[in-house]
Write a protein that binds this ligand. Structure first.
Ligand SMILES: Nc1ncnc2c1ncn2[C@@H]1O[C@H](COP(=O)(O)OP(=O)(O)OP(=O)(O)O)[C@@H](O)[C@H]1O
Length: 758
């Protein structure tokens, strides 16, 4: 690494930061000006809010690119020089030349794809390292020269760096196969398959940033949704997009995608698996149909004396016709009500008798209409009809379904009794689980809005508005009343007061709560939001029901799906094949890209993982590791009762030998309480966790406890073991019970010398 070059670059980098500071100040001043603007009408206020939101987003973007603002330089043949960085910055003097080129712009691409074989007009590629605003070093790669490729030096420094517990961006070292995926067009469904550590998450996040750059107008309004497997994972990746200047995305688990429901309840894996099956879509549909009843004994209503009875056949006809409209349940309820009223009106007319000669009604059409109108508004009719076809919320439907063995038997006849028992729970349950969320969403689609609830919400809004109007009128009256006493010095004609400028309507609008939420916040609160693009990470974990929910949220089917079939630990989780998962939603209209280089695992750990992968699927090729560390993974056999104690002791030992970075102890769920009890004295940078929570995360050092226990804990335990063994960037140890051999290929590992003797 050259420090001479570093000194040479400092002046330019300082100039860039100077310009960044100016841009920030300008953006803040404009924001302050916009917010201070007054005297706008309703339309003007709305425009002001839009401008303010855009300026606030710009300010946030400029603030977030402080670290590593510029990380590269390209010298092209013909004396052109380009500096590459997190955002584009123009020189404000003269010709508005680019001072810094956004990494996503086409002009930056040679920085990522130029090679000695295909230099793309590049003479020199320079990696610039900074700490704060100071240049700490540069690494040059001259094309045509025989120097060590600097790209590798920069990449190796990045992959070897100690982990902080938060994922960092890879914008300075994106590799060619990753760049191809990041810049591939945003239309359609793109699946990125790759083994653990190949950079799927990194690529997916940079792709989101790239699409936001190329389609800013569309995507900043329609919002990019990033879906991860659990909140810990979302926290882990949460800083990547802001560091790339992108703050307007929504990160969520599937369990967080039903507004108004906090899915906090944990339930047995078998229940969650069952709720995730595609068959549940039919169960929910059947549960809705089951609530559209026909009384076998017919329908008898007390209204001004008993109304004529409607027999079951007439009720069934009304139900079938209402269903045939194809409307959601709550909207079809109105149709059903109308049909029952029609049938009743005809019966009432019949009671008055028919003409003995031709059998026609003795009542005129007008008479019939009067009877109909009267029945249509009769509360007794309404409540009798609602008992047959009740208005339902998704929560009500599922609560009733899961609380009743009879309802479950009717809605899920294809499930076994044992399976239905897994779904049973009391009506007064303590809340919703993540697996309930796609079911609630499914129900919401089939039920539609509860029209009556919507009407009463609209009535409440109207009442509130009238109240605001009255309040505004009162305020104006007071202002008007006080005018003579306030301004009796004769110059009131020159002064403007509230009643001169606004009427009550306008004042009420000003008092009305403006919607200052960002598009991402509005999207989070709206079940029917159509996202502009969805990124699904750890996609192999999603259930069939979760896929249905996500596809509904993305009618344009613009999606990036990243995952690894070999890491599916959840039998209800998708994927033994991406084709099978996607076929119901997009047929074969999807494309796949593959990542083939392992950036996380050193070759020594990758070899252990490859052994497990061979057991999962002998046909699958393990990715090539980008580096070796010469540190061999170890194993340590201990009596079963000592697993937790020894693991904690070894974690402490690993901490002592690795002064910075993260250490993880990954164990079967049933060992976690024992481990937690013993690990209180360990430093904060040690995590003790099960495989489920470790998915997608990485650590400098990993100790896998009781691999046999992880493997036997579930039908896909071997996949879980594979996940656990693929989390470490530097060192891996395995602690296993001495009463049996560790599962292959772990017996080949070097046995650990007694601590201290190594
Ligand atoms: N081009 C790159 N430059 C520097 N680091 C990289 C690069 N590509 C990937 N990495 C690093 O490799 C590690 C693994 O990346 P990532 O977590 O995206 O892999 P993954 O394929 O999603 O893994 P998993 O399947 O386990 O979730 C991360 O630390 C990431 O920053």
């Amino acid at each position: 690494m050259s420090t001479g070059g570093a000194r040479g670059e400092q002046e330019y980098i300082s100039r860039l930061y100077g310009r960044l500071d100016e841009l920030r100040t300008e953006a803040r001043q404009r924001l302050d000006q916009v917010l201070a603007t007054t005297g706008l009408g309703h339309q003007g206020l709305a425009e002001r809010d839009v401008a303010a939101a855009e300026l606030a987003a710009r300010t946030a973007r400029l603030d977030s690119v402080e670290n590593g603002l510029c990380f590269g330089r390209l010298d092209l043949r013909g004396d052109e020089r380009r500096y590459i960085g997190r955002i584009g910055i123009l020189d404000h003097t003269g010709e508005f030349e680019p001072l810094l080129i956004d990494w996503r712009a086409p002009a930056a691409r040679p920085f990522y794809v130029a090679t000695a074989h295909s230099p793309d007009n590049v003479q020199l590629r320079r990696h610039i390292r900074t700490s704060g605003r100071t240049v700490t070093g540069v690494v040059d790669e001259e094309f045509g020269a025989t120097a060590e490729p600097a790209g590798d030096t920069a990449l190796l420094a990045a992959v070897n760096a100690a982990r902080t517990g938060r994922m960092s961006d890879i914008v300075a070292t994106i590799q060619r196969e990753q760049d191809d995926i990041i810049r591939s067009p945003g239309t359609g469904v793109l699946v990125v398959q790759g083994a653990p550590g190949t950079g799927k998450t990194a690529v997916a996040l940079h792709r989101a940033a790239y699409l936001l750059y190329t389609q800013r107008e569309r995507l900043s309004r329609s919002v990019v949704l990033i879906v991860g497997p659990n909140p810990a994972f979302l926290r882990y990746i949460g800083e990547v997009l802001p560091s790339l200047g992108e703050t307007g995305v929504l990160l969520a688990t599937v369990g967080e995608l039903y507004p108004g429901v906090r899915a906090m309840v944990t339930e047995p894996p078998a229940t969650a698996e069952l709720k995730g099956r595609a068959a549940m879509a039919e169960v929910v549909a059947a549960a809705v149909r089951d609530r559209q009843r026909v009384p076998e004994e017919g329908l008898e209503i007390e209204h001004e004396g008993a109304l004529p009875r409607l027999d079951a056949a007439a009720c069934r006809r009304a139900r079938d016709l209402a269903r045939e409209t194809g409307l959601p349940h709550n909207q079809a309820a109105e149709v059903f009500h109308g049909l029952i009223v029609d049938a009743l009106a005809r019966r009432v007319a019949d009671r008055f008798g028919t003409d003995v000669i031709d059998g026609s009604s003795l009542l005129t059409d007008a008479d019939l209409e009067t009877i109909r109108g009267e029945l249509a508004t009769a509360p007794e009719v309404a409540s009798a009809v609602a008992a047959l076809w009740p208005p339902l919320t998704p929560q009500r439907l599922l609560t009733d379904l899961f609380a009743s063995p009879e309802r479950l038997a009717a809605a899920a006849p294809a499930f076994t009794a044992a399976e239905r028992a897994l779904l049973l729970r009391p009506a007064h349950h303590s809340g919703w689980s993540p697996a309930d969320v796609p079911l609630l969403d499914e129900a919401a689609e089939l039920l539609g809005a509860d029209e009556r609830a919507a009407r009463s919400a609209e009535a409440a809004r109207q009442a509130e508005r009238e109240e605001q109007l009255a309040f505004a009128q009162e305020a104006l009256d007071i202002a008007y009343g006080s005018r003579a006493t306030d301004f009796d010095d004769g110059d009131e004609a020159e002064r403007l007061s509230a009643f001169d400028l606004v009427d009550a309507e306008e004042l009420a609008e000003r008092h009305a709560e403006a919607d200052h939420r960002t598009p991402a916040e509005r999207a989070a609160a709206d079940r029917t939001w159509a996202f502009g693009h969805i990124v699904v990470d750890e996609a192999q974990e999603l259930t069939a029901m979760a896929w249905r929910l996500l596809m509904r949220r993305c009618p344009a089917r613009s999606m990036t799906i990243v995952g690894d079939i070999a890491q599916t630990g959840d039998p209800g989780g998708a994927a033994s094949s991406w084709g099978r998962v996607l076929a119901p939603h997009v047929g074969d209209r999807w494309r796949q890209a593959e990542l083939s280089v392992n950036y996380r695992l050193p070759a020594e750990i990758a070899a252990v993982a490859a052994g497990v992968l061979r057991r999962i699927d002998p046909a699958r090729r393990a990715p090539r590791a980008v580096r070796a560390t010469s540190v061999e993974p170890w194993r340590h056999a201990v009596p079963r009762g000592r697993l937790a104690a020894e693991a904690v002791e070894l974690a402490a030992r690993e901490c002592a030998r690795t002064p910075e970075g993260r250490v993880a102890v990954i164990a079967p769920e049933e060992l976690l309480p024992a481990l937690a009890g013993r690990s209180a004295g360990l430093p904060d940078r040690v995590d003790v966790l099960g495989v489920r929570r470790a998915k997608g995360l990485e650590f400098d050092v990993v100790i896998v406890v009781d691999p046999g226990g992880i493997e036997s804990a579930s039908p896909r335990g071997l996949n879980d073991l594979y996940v656990a063994l693929t989390r470490a960037t530097q060192r891996l140890g395995v602690v296993h019970a001495s009463d049996g051999p560790p599962p292959p290929p772990l017996p080949d590992l070097r046995p650990l010398q007694r601590p201290g003797a190594e």
